[in-house]
Every structure is written in C-alpha cells, then in structure tokens.
Design a protein around this ligand. Structure first.
Ligand code: PQQ
Length: 252
C-alpha cells in the first residue's frame, strides 16, 4: 500500500512560507503535484484493472459502486452553485449539472452510466436500488458532497480539480476495457467518451477560478488541501470497493 502513494497530514503540508504567494505557475505546479502523488490512477484496484486482472464480478462491483459517485456529482455541483456569489459564476457552473442529469430530450451522464452497468451485465434496477453499494463508498462520496456544501465555494471548486488528471486515466481505461475485457459491450463506453471532452473543459474553468481567487498564501494552501481531500475521497472509494470485491476473486 505505502509504495503506491504517499499519505500526508493535510493540515501540515505543503511547506509554504507564511509570507510567500506562489506565482500562477508555481501554484499550478503545486496542484499538479497533488495529482502526481495522490490521484487514484495509482490505486492497486486500477492497476489490476489496467493489467486485465479483474473478474467480471469485480468490474460489476466497481460499476455498481461508482454509480453512487455519479449520481452524487450533480448534487455536489448544485451545492457549489448555491454558494456561488454571482450570476456570472453560476452561469459558468450550471452546465455541469446538465451534463450529468441531462435535459429535456437529452440524456446525461447518469443515464450513460446506467447503460455502462447494463453493458457489464448488471440490471438497471439493481444499480438504482444501490444493492451493491458498500458503506465506505457511501461515506466517502457523502463527505465530498458535505465538503461542497459547507466549505467556502472556492475550496469546493478546488476540490473538483482532480479532473485535471482524469482525461489521461479515462483514455487509458477505454483502451484497456476494449482490449482486456472483450465481454463488455463497447456501447457502454459512451460515458467515458463524453468525459474526454467535458473534463478538460470543466477543469479549465475551475483552474482559472482557483488561480484568480486564491491570492494569499493561506487561500492557496487551502486550495491545495482541498485537492488533497478530494484525492482521498477517490482513493477511499477504491479501497472500499477492493475490500468488498477482493483480489482473491481475480481468477475467473
Ligand atoms: O473515472 C474517473 O476516474 C473519474 C474521476 C473524476 C475525478 O477525478 O474527480 C471524475 C469522474 N471520473 C467523472 O466521471 C466525473 O463526472 C467527475 C466529476 C468530478 C468532480 O469532482 O466534479 N470528478 C469526476
């Protein structure tokens, strides 16, 4: 476990001198450092997925549990929206909710995730009933929604910056699923295809906001810590999934 990623006390790091404000470039690098050290692309469950080692049961467990994250993302974004102080900022953010919930006559990401569920052999009903969602996933996702509700909006925006790192992981995942898991109907991959354009656009907006609004050492430190928190949210989900669908089930 320890060789996969470094765990730090979020309150103590990063080591930023009180008086020093990072330049935009330095600040961006600090944020990217968080991804390099702590993003869930390095989680052993993802490593096993990428090596084609997951059983059907494990893939199904992952999809069924991730549904809880997917359905919570627009709730999280609605919480952020409610804390944004201007129409201009709310206009920037509102599209995220539509991306996931859809709009009249157009499906969103949650529907696409349910189609992925069907493509891996789950029924829509068992996903929506959350029969397979384990407590650790529920706790970590709920912590993310609560963070968005209760923290200053710019910290909540900073916590979404894991999306700076997701396109590389998702592009790899599409290839891996197609090549290593040919039993999955590739029609299920629409969700991931849409994220390849949505995530860079969203993280671009979020990064600009964070760079513009976090202008003191304290605000910058808080933004980095928010991103660390979010990496823990993603990591904890995979820990819980791995525990419920363990490595012993790798051989099918
Ligand atoms: O599959 C992934 O690895 C992954 C990661 C992330 C992320 O890094 O936060 C998101 C998503 N997917 C995703 O599908 C998604 O809609 C999403 C929204 C957010 C967010 O914090 O607002 N992150 C992510």
């Amino acid at each position: 476990m320890l060789e996969h990623r470094k765990f730090v006390n979020r309150e103590m790091e990063p080591d930023q001198k009180k008086e020093k404000v990072w330049t935009r470039e330095e600040f961006t690098e600090r944020l990217r450092d968080v991804g390099r050290s702590s993003y869930h692309d390095k989680h052993p469950f993802h490593t096993a997925m990428h090596e084609g080692k997951l059983s059907r049961e494990q893939i199904r467990g992952w999809v069924a549990n991730r549904y809880y994250y997917q359905k919570s993302v627009p709730i999280k974004d609605s919480a952020i929206l409610s804390n944004l102080p201007s129409s201009e900022l709310r206009r920037e953010w509102i599209g995220r909710i539509i991306d996931h919930d859809g709009t009249h006559g157009e499906d969103g990401g949650i529907e696409a995730w349910l189609r992925l569920g069907e493509a891996v052999g789950l029924s829509r009903e068992e996903i929506v009933r959350e029969e397979h969602v384990v407590p650790g996933v529920r706790f970590s996702v709920d912590a993310y929604v609560n963070f968005a509700r209760s923290k200053p909006w710019i910290e909540a925006v900073a916590s979404s910056l894991t999306e700076l790192f997701s396109p590389t992981l998702i592009a790899k995942r599409i290839k891996v699923l197609e090549q290593q898991y040919p039993w999955i109907d590739s029609k299920g991959f629409d969700y991931f295809q849409s994220r390849l354009t949505q995530a860079p656009r969203d993280s671009d907006v979020a990064l600009k906001l964070v760079l513009n609004y976090c202008q003191t050492p304290e605000a910058q430190r808080r933004a980095v810590n928010a991103l660390r928190f979010k990496c823990d949210v993603l990591w904890a989900q995979l820990d819980a999934i791995e525990k419920a669908f363990p490595c012993a089930a790798y051989s099918e």
